[in-house]
Design a protein around this ligand. Sequence first.
Ligand code: NAD
Length: 473
Amino acid sequence: MGHNNKTLSFSESVNFMVDRALSVLDIDQGIAAAIKTCNSTIKVSFPVEINGKIEVFTGWRSVHSDHRLPSKGGIRFASIVDEDEVEALASLMTYKCAIVDVPFGGSKGGLLIEPSKYTRDDMQRITRRFARELIRKGFLSPATNVPAPDMGTGEREMAWITDTYRHLHPEDINYLGCVTGKPVAHGGIRGRTEATGRGVVYAIREFFRHADDVEAAGLKPGLGGKRIVVQGLGNVGYYAAALLDEEDDCKVIAIIERDGVLINDDGICVEDVRQHINEHGTIKGFPDAKFSEDGASGLEIECDILIPAAMEAQITKKNAENIKAKVIFEAANGPVTFEADDILRHRGVTIIPDAYVNAGGVTVSYFEWVRNLAHIRFGRMERRHDEMRGAKMVQALESLTGKQSEEWMQKELIYGADELDLVRSGLDDTMRNSYQQLKEAYHSSDKITDFRTASYVVAIKKIVRSYIDIGVY
Ligand code: NAD
């Protein structure tokens, strides 16, 4: 292929991966082109007064597909972001939603800004202004285009965006559905903040339920005791690593952050590192691990599972030969470039792709949007009813057996699920089902030799199906 001598852009990298999947499918060239093409991208520049001076900010919102509405995808605030990146991320959203059966199109947004340079008040004015531009130009509404948090944005920004929309559209009864990832007190859903990281863990647990896949990756059975390296201890990386550390008995042997890497072969307490970052703003000085400023070298540490959870293009043709992990779970979007993917595949490293692994965020965003349109918290109607039925089951069991049930049985049987339980259950179910679909596709053809191609095959088939159903061609 002619792309060998230059570095591919993010969207070229994604499109080459999609092409690999298209080459094993018998799909009309025109339809293939329609699926790959980004529908529309808007660029906005707007002035905001900061400390008495006018500054001009630039942002983008891209809609890759609208075969399902609304189109969905995060907004990132970062000092490096451009049209190509936003379009690549929007296309990933299309495939991601299809893989996990979330009935949305794909979108993404970005604002060129270094958030740490601005006060909270500045950020509020900038975010509200950006939101206003997107709303007025038809790129943000509960029916057509629904953002969510991404790098550099969180609940706070989502609350400001919702409020801006509400002021511009006071008649829209569904205004809360204009954005997801909101604070729970402002229409958010319990479990959204942790959803992407938790989804990564559900994906890893499902992988370990498939003995043949675990063996093919060169790993011994069982997740307990596995040696983990994680890059990026932000929203996604923190929840994923903390859960693996605390609930799955894994050993997190290295944590890579912006300013370097912490290494301890006996395992690092993720929660302690997070506390240290909160207090000192850096991983430097953390007492229970060795520190090195060469963060990127951490990716090359020998381990069972590598979780890149920081940003795109971290594993490239420059370091792919040196990666010693047995399996990579792509928690970030696009952390492995197309060229690196090629190298790793030939070296037999298993990669479980981003479009599946980090889909927990959009899955729970979907639950949040449904909750907003329903105007009621999940579990509110049935929880007490379920508890009463559970209590009656306990009574029936006791009268049939003539024995008193044990306390733990009573607790389990009587318990009625609350919103968080239901969200986690829906997320777990989604991650398990989707993995099984990927695996089925993987084994459906000799031409498919990796999970990434399998994931795009699954996604493309569903998107083509929806085009056929609505009669677009
Ligand atoms: P975040 O800003 O909360 O965290 C990113 C972390 O990575 C930060 O701690 C940052 O210091 C660190 N980091 C940045 N550059 C680094 C580098 N070169 N080396 C090591 N660490 C570095 O962002 P996030 O929301 O956790 O997103 C991380 C990735 O996951 C992105 O690719 C994002 O697109 C993807 N993602 C996020 C969500 C979500 O719900 N937040 C959903 C799907 C995908």
